[in-house]
Design a protein around this ligand. Structure first.
Ligand SMILES: O=C(O)CCC(=O)C(=O)O
Ligand SMILES: [Fe+2]
Length: 366
């Protein structure tokens, strides 16, 4: 085991620490009973009577409930019991095979080709298992943070509200939990005396890695333009957590492209599906007056065979996607949480989200 992997032993330690403390309390409790029994010299203390067994039955469940409660309090409050921040170096974030290829011309060309043909590029195991596991733990740790936001939206495929044309489209549902970048970064600031101060977590490191950004801009924009990090402290990157029953209804993204890192696929359901380069077909249907549904258009234009269901997205998969041109959705999660990390890159520097989008996405303006 190398040094990087050792961190996971430490990050797991919080569970053991709290169990250890609770076990300690339990032992103290029994020690106290024995001590009292000894002091009172009650000879019949250890003999069983119906009354004693009944008392024990009443006491025990209460005692375990109290201990369970104390344990959760300890996990939340005790500095040793919170999920600890870890310092990752770039080679422990990006898998070795990609790290050495991001600037390789042939590799970039083959990625460009796939992306142009499909509007989609999947790079399996882009980040290391260690980093993915850490990010999953971080997302789950921040899930209960009061600033993380359960977003629920009713929308049409265009994600438009006002236009009369878009009103004739069926209404779809989307729901997930969003954990904005500022909540993630808070973890790495103001560490108390129990944790070493760290300024940059692995999400931020990957997001700000210029070679990663330049690779993406070469693939997405064929190198005609540069990509910039976002100026938005919430939306620059964010964890998404899909619980069972959460889904993303069919839609076209407002942004031209998306960069999505899959951390944990759900155990069943929660598949990413898309119809490559389908915008024109749906645009042509936009003008007719009758009520329209995705299923109707799929039937009418024989698109069924073109729906791609990406069930091979696994822990550590990175996918780049042309979400503005290809209709896509995430099917309802049936079991297990689906966790991913979305990066926002822009073609102009210092772009920020407007108040409306901030409230809709993250439930707060600042
Ligand atoms: O979670 C995914 O894989 C897709 C996300 C997506 O389409 C979106 O956020 O607009
Ligand atoms: Fe999307």
């Amino acid at each position: 085991m190398d040094n990087k992997n050792r961190f996971f032993i430490f990050s797991d330690a919080y569970k053991d620490t709290s169990s250890f403390l609770c076990m300690g309390l339990l032992f103290k409790f029994f020690y106290l009973i024995l001590f009292v029994a000894y002091k009172q010299k009650k000879k019949n203390f250890f003999t069983f009577s119906k009354k004693k067994v009944r008392t024990l039955f009443i006491l025990l469940p209460n005692l375990t409930a109290i201990l369970r409660n104390m344990k959760s309090q300890l996990i939340r409050r005790h500095p040793f019991c919170t999920f600890r921040t870890v310092n990752f170096s770039l080679p422990s974030i990006i898998s070795h095979s990609y790290l050495s290829h991001l600037q390789d011309e042939d590799f970039v060309k083959s990625c460009q080709k796939t992306y142009q043909k499909d509007g989609y590029l999947h790079l399996a195991s882009f980040i290391t298992d260690e980093c993915a596991k850490y990010m999953i733990k971080e997302a789950l740790h921040l899930e209960s943070n009061p600033k993380s936001f359960n977003s629920y939206e009713q929308h049409n495929i265009w994600l438009e509200e006002e236009s009369p044309e878009s009103k004739t489209w069926e209404s779809l549902n989307s729901s997930k939990k969003l954990i904005a970048a500022d909540i993630i970064e808070e973890r790495y600031q103001d560490k108390g005396k129990f944790e070493k101060a760290l300024t940059v977590g692995p999400c931020q490191q990957l997001y700000e890695y210029a070679i990663f950004r330049s690779f993406i801009s070469k693939v997405l924009l064929l190198g005609h333009d540069d990509l910039y990090v976002s100026g938005d402290k919430q939306g620059k990157y964010y964890y998404n957590i899909f619980q069972p029953k959460n889904e993303l209804g069919w839609h076209f993204d407002r942004s031209e492209f998306s960069v999505n890192l899959i951390l944990q696929p759900s155990t069943s359901g929660g598949h990413f599906q898309f119809i490559p380069h389908s915008r024109k077909v749906f645009e042509n249907e936009k003008k007719s007056v009758q009520q329209k549904s995705v299923a109707d258009v799929i039937r009418k234009h024989h698109l069924q065979g073109q729906i791609r269901c990406e069930s091979d997205l696994k822990q550590g998969s990175l996918y780049l996607f042309n979400g503005n041109q290809s209709l896509h959705c995430v099917t309802p999660v049936q079991s297990g949480k689906r966790i991913n990390l979305i990066f926002t890159f822009n073609t102009k520097p210092n772009q920020v989200l407007n108040e409306y989008t901030l409230l809709k996405f993250f439930g707060r303006k600042d």
